[in-house]
Design a binder for this molecule. Structure first.
Ligand code: HPA
Length: 283
């Protein structure tokens, strides 16, 4: 079956109507939790939780263990939406499916999106266990979620991407890192999204670095494209779980990546809480 934009618009609107009916007005800030950051949910004073599978039109999880939920709650007195669990291109979803939750949140008035992920460092100056604030990206998926008919009500046909990552939010994150004592672990850089699921061999690692990337991962860029298209401010944070040297390439396992990302998680959580606190006066 081919893709139909009319059906897609209808699905987005139905999901938005469902969430509005069940949750009422949503907070204007959301965070999407990436690999290893699931424990952030423990910091939330939960008001409401909805399983992705209960939201009409949300993509179906391909793996039974990959449960996802949308949480509304407060962190340090600030209300926000938490997207706990994301859909990845490598799972077989199209980028339209991957970005469906973002489009739905746009319909519900989302103003700001914090996206987190785990990434492999390409910049030789990076160290495992550090955090990269995403300054810009390379979309190497070979697919763009905006391809096809443009929905003018959602955003322009040819959106400007000179500043997809909001400079004010980058400054806020840098200030937050300083006050959290993470100054030595924070960097800014360019994130490249590859399709995966195979990890990059040394030759691709070398090539991605020459393309200008500082870190590589398999997520987030489709969501950033849709959010920016929809006028939502974006902050991207990568937990640098490993650093890949093409001239001395070490074997990588997903288990090790998840373990390292989980080790960074408490620092990233502190930083995110600090950023959210700076963003909003108490609710
Ligand atoms: N490559 C791709 N994705 C990743 C990596 C990596 O080295 N580390 C964490 N996510």
């Amino acid at each position: 079956m081919g893709f139909s934009i009319t059906t897609y618009i209808d699905q987005v609107n139905r999901a938005a109507a469902y969430l509005q009916a069940h949750l009422g007005p949503l907070p204007d800030t959301a965070i999407q939790l990436g690999t290893g950051l699931g424990a952030f949910a423990d910091h939330i004073e939960t008001e409401q939780v909805i399983a992705y599978r209960d939201i009409p039109g949300f993509p179906r999880a391909t793996v039974p263990s990959h449960r996802g939920s949308l949480i509304v709650g407060t962190v340090n007195g600030r209300r926000l939406v938490v997207l706990s669990g994301r859909f990845h291109y490598y799972e077989g979803y199209s980028t339209k499916e991957v970005t469906f939750p973002i489009r739905v949140l746009q319909m519900l008035g989302l103003q700001r999106l914090i996206i987190t992920n785990a990434a492999g460092g390409l910049n030789p100056a990076f160290i495992p266990g550090s955090i990269m604030i995403i300054r810009d990206h390379l979309n190497f998926l070979g697919e763009n979620p905006l391809r096809g008919p443009n929905v003018e009500a959602w955003g322009p046909r040819f959106p400007d991407f000179s500043q997809a990552y909001q400079p004010r939010l980058i400054e806020l994150a840098l200030a937050g890192a300083e006050s959290c004592g993470l100054k030595d672990l924070i960097t800014t850089g360019v994130y490249v999204c590859i399709p995966g699921p195979s990890l990059e061999p040394p030759a691709e690692t070398r090539w991605l670095r020459t393309c200008g990337a500082d870190a590589v991962g398999m997520s987030s860029v489709p969501e950033v494209i849709v959010a920016h298209h929809g006028g939502i401010e974006v902050l991207g944070l990568s937990a640098v779980s490993n650093v890949n040297d093409p001239d001395d390439f070490q074997p990588l396992s997903l288990g090790a990546i998840i373990e390292e990302a989980a080790a960074i998680a408490p620092k990233l959580e502190r930083l995110v809480i600090d950023i959210i606190t700076r963003l909003h006066p108490p609710a």
